[in-house]
Ligand binder design. Structure first.
Ligand code: KG4
Ligand code: ZN
Length: 338
């Protein structure tokens, strides 16, 4: 079964063709980083307009690279939330138009469910069910119990900034450009993680699996106000200290959830899963505690449509079909199915 995936929830226009939810035939992503970089963040209206420009060429490229035509496509999967509604609508309306015109089955996919399916596009071994997922992106930081494809239970989430948002805001304060997560990661490699003491928020047991990153972000801001924007090794030290603080909280809560729910495997997903410090710390925790760790390669951690096609495949094979009135929503709870 060949599924065409379409994604435009934030600032990436993406299309992909995936066979049987496993084999990627094409995976095309048009990034809008250059459009938004001057503003230090995604400007929703500009994102929508750029998606309109990009969506048909990206779709056509995905079909061409997969060496298929719409006649070969057995299903279309499109992200319908969460995300920027004006942005989401571009891929959604495109998917609906193509599905309607060609009588191709259509299914709506939760963006987060897509991130949690990315790891199944990799060669085996795959994380067996049930497992725990740490999903950290620009918009979300969640700990999720995964009992099967689409069978998701959120155990905790961020109460304010998402992990990626905190990385991006700190990067902006340090003049590292947008999006700055990868730049912080790069500088942190040669810095001292103990150089600057920052608060580790929400580590008390009663906060369970919820996160809060606005405090550490403010602490970095206060440090900059008191000491100026650091340069050279002081910049590397601040990046390393910030990253270590975020990573420690993420890993600590993941370990606690693994222990509480008696799970043996963990997957790391979302854009921040590309962070080298987080990847290493979670792998070390897995070795110490005896749980398996599964992480997609960095290009499948960030937004793409192959993950949407794969998640959609599992919904389509269960017989799910979206009607033509499928719509986009900015916030969307994870669907839990029996
Ligand atoms: O999943 P994603 O592509 O988009 C959302 O669904 O939000 O995640 C993007 C986020 C951005 O905040 C970006 O700064 C962050 O992932 N990110 C990183 C790294 N690479 C991307 N954060 C930390 N370290 C990285 N290496
Ligand atoms: Zn994402």
């Amino acid at each position: 079964m060949w599924v065409l995936g379409l994604e435009s929830s934030c600032d990436e226009t993406a299309a992909a063709v995936v066979e049987d939810g496993r084999r990627v035939l094409s995976d095309v992503v048009a990034s809008q980083v250059e459009v938004h970089a001057p503003y230090g963040g995604v400007v929703p209206e500009l994102a929508s307009r750029q998606h309109v420009v990009n969506v048909v060429p990206v779709l056509a490229t995905a079909l061409a690279q997969a060496e298929v035509t719409l006649d070969d496509i057995d299903g279309i999967a499109v992200t319908c939330g969460p995300g920027l509604v004006g942005a989401l609508l571009v891929a959604l309306q495109t998917a609906k138009a193509v599905a309607y015109a060609r009588s191709i089955p259509l299914v709506g996919v939760n963006h987060l469910e897509g991130h949690l399916t990315a790891v199944y596009l990799e060669p085996e071994p795959h994380p067996p069910f049930p497992h725990l997922a740490l999903l950290v992106s620009g918009g979300h930081s969640s700990i999720i119990r995964v009992d099967g494809f689409g069978q998701l239970q959120e155990l905790g989430a961020t109460r304010d900034d998402a992990a990626g948002e905190a990385f991006d805001k700190v990067a902006k304060m340090l003049g590292l450009g947008y999006p700055g997560g990868a730049a912080v990661d790069r500088l942190a490699k040669t810095g001292d993680p103990n150089a600057v003491a920052l608060p580790r928020l929400m580590v008390k047991p009663e906060t369970r699996y919820d996160f809060s990153f606005s405090g550490v972000k403010t602490a970095v801001l206060n440090h900059i106000r008191a000491n100026g924007v650091p340069e050279g090794s002081a910049l590397e030290d601040l990046c390393a200290s910030f990253q270590a603080t975020v990573v420690e909280v993420l890993v600590r809560k993941t370990r606690a959830a693994v222990a509480e729910f008696g799970l043996r495997n963990v997957q790391l997903a979302g854009g921040v899963a590309a962070n080298s410090g987080l990847r290493a710390a979670l792998r070390a925790a897995g070795e110490a505690d005896g749980f398996g760790v599964f992480i997609p390669p960095p290009n499948r951690c960030t937004d793409n449509a192959a993950m949407i096609a794969a998640a959609g495949y599992h919904r389509l094979t269960r017989g799910e079909r979206a009607s033509i009135d499928l719509t986009a929503t900015s916030s969307m709870p994870l669907r839990t199915e029996p």
